[in-house]
Design a protein around this ligand. Structure first.
Ligand code: SF4
Ligand code: SF4
Length: 124
């Protein structure tokens, strides 16, 4: 079974460009939406994202919507805790594909580290 994890050297979900996320209003509260939009830099990446190291500069203090944990995903998406693993994997794959491409090294690395067959995934 695949087990979700956030891999080093990815950062795809820190690309916040609202044009790529037209349904933000569906899952963020008005306050969180305002916070989200305040984080978007001119290049679409979060202003707290270090593009050189691909790491969050405020990791310990990052907003709740950046946290992959049962309570936040249940609140935002109505995902039951037992479904979080598969949902998070699907979210990461969608985000990685959108930012780096489905055939990139990031997708291959993610699939390998969570325990998915990257060839099977990338050939869908
Ligand atoms: S897309 Fe997934 S693996 Fe990549 S940085 Fe975000 S949570 Fe981590
Ligand atoms: S606050 Fe940190 S984790 Fe959240 S989008 Fe920005 S860089 Fe990524």
């Amino acid at each position: 079974m695949a087990n979700w994890m956030c891999i080093q050297g990815c950062g795809a979900c820190c690309n916040l460009d609202p044009r790529d996320r037209p349904d933000l209003e569906d899952y963020l509260t008005p306050d969180d939406l305002a916070l989200y939009l305040s984080l978007v830099g001119e290049d679409g990446w979060c202003i707290h994202y270090d593009t050189a190291t691909r790491q969050c500069r405020i990791y310990d203090d990052r907003p709740s919507f950046c946290r992959v944990q049962p309570d936040t995903f249940e609140a935002m998406f109505g995902i039951a805790p037992e479904d979080l693993n598969d949902f998070a994997i699907a979210c990461c794959q969608e985000q990685i594909s959108g930012v780096y491409g489905e055939g990139g090294s990031e997708m291959a690395s993610f699939c390998t580290q969570v325990g998915l067959d990257s060839d099977a995934e990338s050939s869908r």
